[in-house]
Design a protein around this ligand. Structure first.
Ligand SMILES: *Cc1c(COP(=O)(O)O)cnc(C)c1O
Length: 395
């Protein structure tokens, strides 16, 4: 493509151009782990694939461009990206983390990093006063997820960035739920954006991957060093799958978000549903902040039924969504946070965060919207039918 800047929709398809040697439209998969050094005294662009692989590099350049950063890094999973980024910390440093952080990140902080003398505290990131009060002299990173998982709570990104800058801390943001098409945290001052690319970016429930992007040259150098030192890099085949998934990100996200909005409107009309959590609803807490800092509500919503019994009935009755962990796929995925994403969190901690036994999360895929709604409708109807049935049996 020429010099003109194109929309992200267009540049997603053309930014990495064609293969310089063959004109191949699809990025070649370089399986080579080592590269011939034609000059005795000097390495070429690549020497060993942990330090740099041409297929992975294309992916890393693509995500850096999408997020508007200076450099991107691809890892073997979202947790590998997150864990490696945390390695910029040293013993005695403190991290301030969003209370509603992804279960795996919670486990990393509380059961792994703590053993290396890294201190932490959890805060409600929606409350900027609480965040300000919780910053310590040794706080090095403020870690946020917005919208959060699974209650889609919204954090004011610029508010946090201001506090972090005033206190000389870095900010990390897990952008998995939004993708760079809906939210560009670096442009709001965030230092490192993280992704579980396993979700929307890859999009087809067939590749496990993680990405990190920074707009800061110094951090880029540190992350490159850590990526190579820790070694949890993404393989060339998976890098290619991810590049392929990215090409349709725009249409996938558009269709899924539109469906998610319609489904959230449907769910709010049902008496079985106590609450619906979706940033696209005008009454959703933080809606106004979200609209200011993001370009859309995304394709994940949660809703609360009265009890685990009702959750069991609904999940047994629905036919279309996969009942599974994960999100961001072409197929809709219904998850039960209490026993899935947040299973590693102690129950009192979980309930205090609102992740009760009646809560379900739905990641909306590409199925026909009306068929999804019909399916949920018969699922919700079955709650009452089964409860009448139970009463008759117990008479
Ligand atoms: C899935 C997920 C992760 C972890 O990513 P993996 O690819 O499973 O290692 C981190 N953050 C969020 C928000 C996620 O949904």
């Amino acid at each position: 493509m020429g010099k003109k800047t194109y929309s992200r929709q267009t540049s997603l398809l053309h930014s990495h151009g064609y293969d310089a040697h063959t004109g191949a439209v699809s990025t070649p998969v370089y399986h080579a782990t080592t590269f011939h050094q034609s000059n005795f005294d000097q390495f070429g662009a690549y020497d060993y694939s942990r330090s740099g692989n041409p297929t992975r590099e294309t992916l890393e350049e693509t995500i850096a461009e999408l997020e508007g950063g200076v450099r991107g890094f691809a890892f073997s999973s979202g947790m590998a990206a997150i864990s490696t980024s945390f390695l910029i910390l040293s013993k005695g440093d403190h991290v301030l983390i969003s209370e509603e952080v992804y279960g795996g990140t919670y486990r990393l902080i509380t059961e792994v990093l703590n053993r290396f003398g890294i201190q932490y505290s959890f805060v409600d990131m929606r409350d900027l006063h609480e965040v300000a009060r919780s910053i310590r002299p040794n706080t090095k990173v403020i870690y946020i997820e917005t919208p959060s998982n699974p209650l889609l709570n919204i954090t004011d990104i610029e508010g946090i960035v201001k506090l972090a800058k005033a206190n000389d801390c870095y900010t990390f943001l897990d952008n998995t739920f939004m993708t760079p098409l809906l939210q560009r945290p670096l442009s709001l001052g965030i230092d490192v954006v993280l992704h579980s690319a396993t979700k929307f970016l890859a999009g087809h429930s067939d590749v496990l991957a993680g990405l990190a992007v920074t707009g800061n040259e110094l951090l880029a150098e540190k992350l490159a060093f850590l990526q190579n030192s820790f070694g949890a890099v993404l393989g060339p085949q998976d890098s290619w799958l991810l590049l392929r998934g990215l090409k349709t990100l725009h249409v996938r996200l558009k269709q899924s978000s539109e469906s998610a909005y319609k489904i959230s409107r449907f769910l709010e009309t049902r008496e079985e549903v106590e609450e619906v959590y979706y940033p696209g609803l005008s009454y959703h807490k933080g809606h106004e902040i979200h609209v200011r800092q993001a370009e859309g509500p995304g394709a994940v919503l949660s809703f609360r039924l009265k009890s685990e019994v009702e959750v069991r009935r609904l999940s047994k009755a629905v036919k279309i969504p996969v009942f599974a962990v994960s999100l961001g796929a072409v197929e809709s995925i219904l998850s039960y946070p209490a026993k899935m994403s947040h299973a590693s969190m102690p129950q009192p901690e979980r309930e205090r965060r609102g992740i009760t036994d009646g809560l379900l999360r739905l990641s909306v895929g590409l199925e026909d919207t009306n068929e999804l709604i019909e399916d949920l409708k018969q699922g919700l109807n079955s709650i009452k039918i089964e409860s009448i049935h139970d009463k008759i049996i117990h008479l």
